[in-house]
Design a protein around this ligand. Structure first.
Ligand code: C2O
Ligand code: CU
Ligand code: CU
Length: 488
């Protein structure tokens, strides 16, 4: 980061005005912590029932528009949505089927939809160059031929992605298949989609107004929403649940954990099931990443309250310095289920490093100076900022390559995402120096912390055409931290 020093006290008075001075008693642990922390998370009362977005299946119509809904209890907020309600519908389909989605653009700006994690033809996948202007529509035809898993969708117009996602445009896309169905994992009300996002409000209004400094750190909101509402709870039964965790925030990383000593049985990553579940007490989830976990409430007495929380992690600029709760589970229903988690979930064939025909390295630590951006340095990959008319990398369909994301000299967090492919993570050196449980499965987004160097391997699918790779810190992405690559 080389833009400017942070203005250490930004926002302090604003927050005091918004939440009153008692806010500081609750949120600030020490005065020292307060300095340089313009945006401590403000926890609410966890007294709103968690909404579950409606499901949609193979023929879907999404209308991007402005609506009003109750993101914060008792207040109407104007936001963007794909329907009359918070968060887009959960598109739920089985592998092997085709999905038709008509996107109607009733916004006053261009928009489109990218199907994050889906392997679909280049002209259907929501490349930034393909969008609908105001009053126009786009028809997506998506052949779904991939592993069961938790994918998602969101806008991808260059320069507007972060704001449109922040303002509410996003939804989950769940693929099922016979292999997964055979496992009889918790389903129906026991399978809960959780879209976790931080937001900043100005009174009842969403406030998306990143400063130059916030383009560096990412825009971090003070209030954590799940499925579009602030500080919710969910009533659960004393049994096993499947939680589909999606970090749909523009920049915030969560170090997720459960209270009451409940471990996560991690069963899936971005690209579907792991080989076997892995038990962890915590799980890092960067913007764009997903994790499928099983949690066991079966031994908890009625009335028990359990929280999904985010713990501290090594301080990187403004992130990781605070622990906070995200969602409350209240054990108050009865279950007669006798579920016990399967030991083997799936098989994942490792791509052999010897099959790679090429290694490409991407420097994600450097910034570049720019003309016309008020003299500020901009986020770059290999010293280039995004250009719609430049093809940065060309790869061949069906071939295998190793890509390396090098943040070893960097001091910012970069969740790196590649469109059009699912990859495997080979190695991480520097920083955390190890892979985490979800990184032993298929991935489309990998968190590259400051000081880290991450190697991945992938075989490019047969869909030829233009795709992008980018940082999924959406402020970085809109700032230009994205390249085009073509599959030929
Ligand atoms: Cu979820 Cu190109 O992004
Ligand atoms: Cu994507
Ligand atoms: Cu980044």
């Amino acid at each position: 980061m080389k833009r400017r020093q942070f203005i250490k006290s930004t926002g302090l008075s604003t927050l005091t005005a918004l939440f009153g001075s008692s806010f500081w008693l609750n949120a600030c642990h020490t005065e020292e912590d307060m300095i340089g922390e313009p945006n401590w998370i403000v926890e609410g009362g966890f007294d709103r029932p968690l909404p579950i977005p409606p499901q949609a299946t193979n023929n879907v119509k999404l209308t991007a528009k402005t609506i009003s809904d109750e993101m914060i209890s008792g207040k109407l907020t104007s936001l963007l949505s794909y329907r009359d309600g918070l968060m887009g519908p959960t598109i739920t389909v089985s592998s092997g089927s085709n999905v038709n989605v008509l996107l109607d653009n009733n916004l006053l700006e261009n928009t489109n939809i990218h199907w994050h994690g889906l392997i679909v033809p280049a002209e259907m996948e929501g490349h930034p160059k393909d969008y609908a202007s105001t009053g126009n529509a786009l028809q997506y035809v998506l052949p779904i031929n991939q592993r069961a898993g938790t994918y998602w969708y969101h806008p991808h117009v260059h320069g507007s992605t972060a704001r449109q996602v922040f303002m509410g445009l996003a939804g989950m896309f769940i693929v099922s298949d016979p292999e997964e169905a055979a496992l009889q994992l918790p389903s129906g009300q026991f399978d809960i989609p959780l879209i976790i996002q931080d937001k900043r409000f100005d009174g009842p209004s969403l406030d998306y107004s990143p400063t130059e400094d916030e383009i560096m750190t990412g825009y971090l909101g003070e209030q954590i929403l799940v499925n579009g509402v602030y500080s919710p709870y969910v009533a659960v039964a004393n049994t096993w649940y499947r939680l589909r965790l999606l970090n749909g925030s523009t920049a915030r990383v969560y170090n997720l954990a459960m209270t009451n000593n409940i471990p996560f049985h991690i069963i899936g990553s971005d690209g579907g099931l792991l080989q076997a579940s892995e038990h962890e007490m915590s799980l890092m989830l960067g913007p764009g990443e997903r994790a499928d976990v099983l949690v066991d409430f079966s031994s908890l007495p009625h009335g028990t309250e359990v929280f999904l929380t985010s713990g501290k992690f090594s301080k990187y600029e403004l992130q990781g310095r605070q622990s906070f709760s995200i969602l409350k589970f209240k054990v108050e229903l009865n279950s007669t289920s006798t579920f016990s988690p399967p030991s083997i979930l799936s098989s994942i064939q490792r791509i052999s490093e010897a099959s790679a025909i090429r290694t490409r390295t991407f420097d994600i630590a450097g910034m570049v100076g720019s003309e016309g951006h008020e003299g500020m340095d901009r986020h770059a990959i290999n010293s280039k900022t995004y250009s719609e008319v430049r093809i940065d990398e060309t790869v061949e369909a069906g071939t295998t390559e190793i890509w390396e994301f090098d943040n070893s000299t960097g001091d910012e967090i970069h969740p790196m995402h590649i469109h059009g492919v699912q990859f495997q993570v080979l190695h991480r050196s520097g920083g955390r120096n190890a892979l985490i449980a979800t990184e032993r499965g298929w991935k489309d987004t990998v968190l590259v912390m400051p000081g880290e160097h991450v190697r991945i391997i992938m075989t490019f699918p047969q869909y030829k055409g233009l795709f992008v790779l980018h940082c999924h810190n959406l402020e970085h992405e809109d700032d230009g931290m994205m390249l085009n690559y073509e599959i030929v």
